[in-house]
Design a protein around this ligand. Structure first.
Ligand code: URA
Length: 235
């Protein structure tokens, strides 16, 4: 059982203060009865209606963030702002980022409290594809696609097959199925280039929503959640 106000705040209906106000004003009913006391206890079987809308309490939260630069992919840091500082309405849901983007990398970052799914998405054996758009300094060569397809030696490992798509003007897409530290930057360094801009545009089949401005987030749709749970785990 969970307090009604806590649960509604978890579900993104506002801060604890906001939802207490909604409850007191009589906008919320539980199992057909208008409830005015915010410490009423509910569980996943309670039928909660707010503004005529049935609230489905999901244990797990899945969000897509369009990460700006200047934020680190962690839940806490002593000095720097973290991606969790951009998320509101989900306090105390135990969210964490699925993997990491560098502080200066932009784009698609998934946040969840579903540890099992995150673990599977990050496990190297599942080869979850991530696609990046990048700009770089250095000389383009037609051989890049081949080189990255075969794999390059970075630190003490050889990268798995990656897809490099040249876009002209020192812009490209790079798709990788691993997540080593600074991987894309290091792969480009290997061919004598320096990444000057990096943005993740896809993760496990999910595309960055172009309607999200930098720093904005939204819940994943049912379809996107299904995609993340996708068949590749069952192979
Ligand atoms: N590769 C990088 O070099 N940095 C990122 O943030 C992600 C992939």
């Amino acid at each position: 059982m969970i307090r009604l106000d806590k649960m509604l705040a978890h579900m993104g209906y506002g801060s604890r203060k906001d939802v207490k106000e909604l409850i007191r004003k009589g906008y919320v009913s539980v199992d057909g009865e208008i409830i005015k006391s915010d410490d009423t206890k509910v569980d996943e079987n309670s039928e909660i209606v707010i503004f005529d809308e049935v609230v489905k309490y999901d244990k797990y939260v899945y969000l897509m963030l369009n990460k700006p630069d200047g934020y680190i992919s962690a839940t806490y840091d002593n000095n720097l702002p973290t991606v969790l500082d951009l998320i509101y309405g989900y306090e105390s849901r135990g969210l964490f980022p699925v993997g990491r983007l560098d502080i200066d990398t932009f784009g698609l970052l998934i946040l969840t409290n579903d540890g099992m799914l995150a673990h599977r998405l990050l496990s190297p054996k599942n080869h979850v594809m991530k696609k990046y758009y990048l700009r770089y300094d250095g000389k383009y060569s037609e051989s890049f696609a081949d080189i990255f397809k075969k794999g390059v030696k970075i630190d003490d490992y050889i990268t798995k097959e990656a897809i490099f798509e040249d876009l002209g003007n020192n812009e490209a897409y790079m798709s990788i199925c691993e997540g080593k530290y600074h991987q894309v930057k290091k792969m480009m360094e290997y061919v004598g280039c320096t990444v000057t801009y990096l943005e993740r545009i896809e993760f496990g089949g999910i595309k960055l929503d172009n309607n999200l401005k930098r720093g904005e987030f939204r819940s994943l749709s049912e379809e996107e959640i299904k995609m993340l749970r996708g068949d590749y785990f069952d192979k």
